[in-house]
Write a protein that binds this ligand. Structure first.
Ligand SMILES: C[S@@+](CC[C@H](N)C(=O)[O-])C[C@H]1O[C@@H](n2cnc3c(N)ncnc32)[C@H](O)[C@@H]1O
Length: 410
């Protein structure tokens, strides 16, 4: 497989539909992710929940967790199952809500909805309606749902923010949501993120755990609680998928939450999105913390110097405490060094940590022992080289793990 850049959203959606048509129609085929009733057992579904579910549907189970651990469904509820697949969870929900409740099983893939419809029509559930639609545009009125359940679908949805906003819209105030989905420790770099093959394998489309939780909180969900997690990809029959999952820290989690009274105002949403702690975490997860800290070190060093020289020309002055100034530069330099040393754990290349250590030592020597501009400049150059080398190594490692350096098998 060779990386072709710039896939369209439609190509991703088609790839998802092709993959889950195969899971519906030929569940015994080899898949990169775990499929079938055995996976259900290993994810923690109690026997009393799965007993009596049609074997044909169990064979096409492709969930990533046991969302019912969050206990969001009550008798009499109207429940929406988003990305219902063959409908194991929908059938479990239909039993939980009982005859006075109703379950809407929604899925994008026609083969899945066909399979579930046949089963519902055979009499397995009278209170179950099956709808083929996208999570990004739910064909349901506002505040019409008491509880939402979803298992393994959100990571496959291109516009997750829109899907979460739709969940908020259709849920009634204080409605409950239970969700199992794949999360990752660090995101895949942008230029292979749109590859449909990688997307459908459930890792590349997944979100960093904190970002997923923030997505729900930004939309107005409250009491977002992680109730379980699984080393889901350890169940995968594919060694390559297991390696990809390990490299990106991919695993599945189960979340429970409830809808708040109102969606936060847009100012509130933007303030939350601009939270510096979020940005710091994002930079670290994307391997950009070293480069960002180096940028701040350069800015505090030469930016301050430029300000001190230019302000008198405007008739203003700036008094700076030299110790505090040197301390700030040293702080950013040490942060860059720490980030670049940490990069070694990911790519195992020794050059970036060596360059970073030499560069930092030179800058600290110039700052605190004997100031020489050339030593300081050489230090920044070495640190800059280390940051660029580190980024390159991270990218190479990612390409290798994702198999993007292999010739296409197609
Ligand atoms: C990993 S499978 C899980 C299926 C099911 N929840 C289960 O536990 O077996 C994900 C399902 O989400 C569906 N899906 C993917 N993208 C979707 C979207 N944008 N809207 C609705 N369903 C989607 C797929 O067709 C697939 O059936």
């Amino acid at each position: 497989m060779v990386a072709i850049l710039g896939y369209s959203r439609q190509q991703i959606v088609s790839a998802v539909q092709d993959m889950y048509t195969a899971v519906a129609d030929a569940p015994a085929s080899p898949f990169h992710f775990p499929v079938g009733g055995r996976t259900c057992d290993r994810l923690g579904y109690p026997e009393e929940y799965t007993a009596g579910l049609p074997t044909g549907l169990m064979d096409s189970f492709a969930g990533v967790g046991y969302p019912f651990r969050a206990d969001a469904i009550r008798p009499g509820d109207t429940v929406l199952d988003i990305g219902a697949g063959a409908g194991n969870d929908s059938l479990i929900a239909s039993r939980l809500v009982g005859p006075s409740g109703r379950v809407i099983a929604l899925d994008l893939t026609a083969a899945m909805t066909r399979k579930l419809k046949q089963s519902a029509e055979r009499g397995d559930a009278d209170n179950l309606d099956v709808v083929q639609a996208s999570a990004e545009q739910l064909p349901l009125p506002d505040a019409s749902i008491d509880a939402i359940t979803s298992n393994g679908a959100l990571n496959l949805v291109p516009d997750k923010r829109r899907a979460v906003t739709e969940m908020f819209r259709v849920l009634r105030s204080h409605g409950r949501l239970q969700l199992a989905d794949v999360v990752i420790h660090r995101p895949v770099s942008v230029d292979c993120q749109d590859d449909p093959r990688l997307w459908v394998e459930c890792v590349v489309g997944a979100t960093v755990r904190e970002d997923l939780i923030a997505l729900f909180e930004d939309a107005g969900f409250e009491d977002v609680t992680t109730v379980g997690s699984h080393d889901y990809f350890a169940l995968s029959p594919s060694a390559q998928t297991r390696e990809i999952a390990e490299s990106f820290g991919a695993h599945s989690i189960e979340l429970g939450m409830r809808r708040g009274e109102q969606a936060p105002s847009w100012i509130h949403q933007w303030l939350r999105r601009l939270d510096p702690r979020r940005w710091l975490l994002r930079l670290r997860r994307r391997g950009l913390l070293g480069a960002a800290a180096l940028g701040l070190a350069l800015l505090s060093c030469y930016g301050t110097l430029a300000l001190v020289s230019l302000l008198p020309l405007l008739g203003a002055g700036l008094v700076i405490h030299e110790g505090a100034w040197a301390g700030a530069i040293a702080g950013f330099v040490l942060l860059a060094l720490a980030a670049l040393l940490a990069g070694y754990r990911q790519h195992h290349a020794i050059v970036p940590p060596l360059l970073a250590t030499a560069g930092s030592a030179a800058i600290l020597y110039a700052l605190f022992i004997d100031y020489r501009v050339l030593v300081e400049l050489a230090g920044f150059l070495l640190l800059g080289g280390a940051a660029l080398w580190d980024l390159r190594q991270r990218r190479h490692q990612e390409i290798r793990v994702l198999g993007l350096d292999q010739p296409s098998a197609e």
